[in-house]
Design a protein. Structure first.
Length: 261
């Protein structure tokens, strides 16, 4: 296992957000953490990256408790694609992506030709290379999100944590970015953890799903075992079905209607 979340609990001012959440992540898989808004998904991601400390429990990455290692060491293992991706300074797109190399550099060390090659490759993969000299605050939301994903790829991590990664992307760019990340998982053994409320996207790209409801894990396992009509009704209050589409060789969710009250 590349990561283990062991009995994690968290609350804000006494209000429970996560309650004894426990699961393992396998190397090279795409894992979806799925749940409705307000279910604690983003809080869980922040705990997994040590941006928050749990009230109880632990997160272990590659056999090391992240509470006992430095932020730099965490960044050498994990990259994060945050929700929103708002940047308030006029860095160029290339500057933003180059920041992904910082955890690999010593203090005051300049980027090498190899670092610049990695950055350029990440920009090409995410199709933002033509924006290299543009200020990041003068590109569209979708272009900014792809630049942030490029920054994560430039980190060359073992794990990428993605919080609602397609939130600001057009449909074609959603597919392009997730096809890219899925391909890296398959070809290079990259572990990808996607936090989302988008059933269709998670069903299409994830190997396994952790379904969160009422602060706890409601179900966990293969897509077809988790996204059952009963679970989607209980957690999302919708009538929906999961099918397999032979044309794309992937699972698809068909949402029929909201549940009748």
């Amino acid at each position: 296992m590349i990561m283990e979340v062991d009995g994690v609990s968290f609350d804000y001012a006494g209000n429970p957000v996560l309650d004894s959440v426990r699961f393992r992540v396998r190397k090279g898989e795409v894992l979806g953490i799925l749940g409705p808004n307000g279910s604690g998904k983003t809080t869980l991601l922040k705990i997994m990256n040590r941006n928050l400390s749990p009230k109880a429990g632990s997160v272990v990455v590659e056999d090391r408790d992240i509470a006992r290692i430095t932020k730099r060491e965490i960044a050498q293992r994990m990259a994060v694609v945050p929700q929103g991706g708002e940047i308030n300074f006029a860095f160029t797109v290339a500057d933003i992506v180059l920041m992904g190399r910082m955890p690999s550099l010593e203090r005051f060390q300049m980027e090498s030709d190899d670092d610049l090659r990695i950055v350029w490759d990440a920009m090409q993969r995410t199709k933002v290379d033509h924006l290299a000299d543009r200020p990041i605050n003068q590109v569209s939301g979708g272009e900014r999100q792809r630049a942030i994903i490029a920054r994560a790829l430039a980190q060359m991590p073992h794990i990428i944590l993605m919080d609602e990664p397609t939130l600001h992307l057009d449909v074609n760019h959603q597919l392009e970015v997730l096809d890219l990340v899925y391909g890296l998982s398959r070809d290079q053994g990259l572990t990808v953890i996607i936090v989302s409320h988008d059933l269709s996207m998670v069903a299409r790209y994830c190997d396994r799903i952790i379904l969160i409801h009422d602060h706890r894990i409601e179900a966990a396992g293969r897509v077809e075992d988790v996204l059952t009509p009963d679970n989607m009704r209980k957690v999302f209050n919708i009538e929906a079905e999961l099918d397999y589409d032979e044309r794309i060789d992937k699972n698809v969710v068909s949402i029929i209607r909201p549940c009748r009250q």
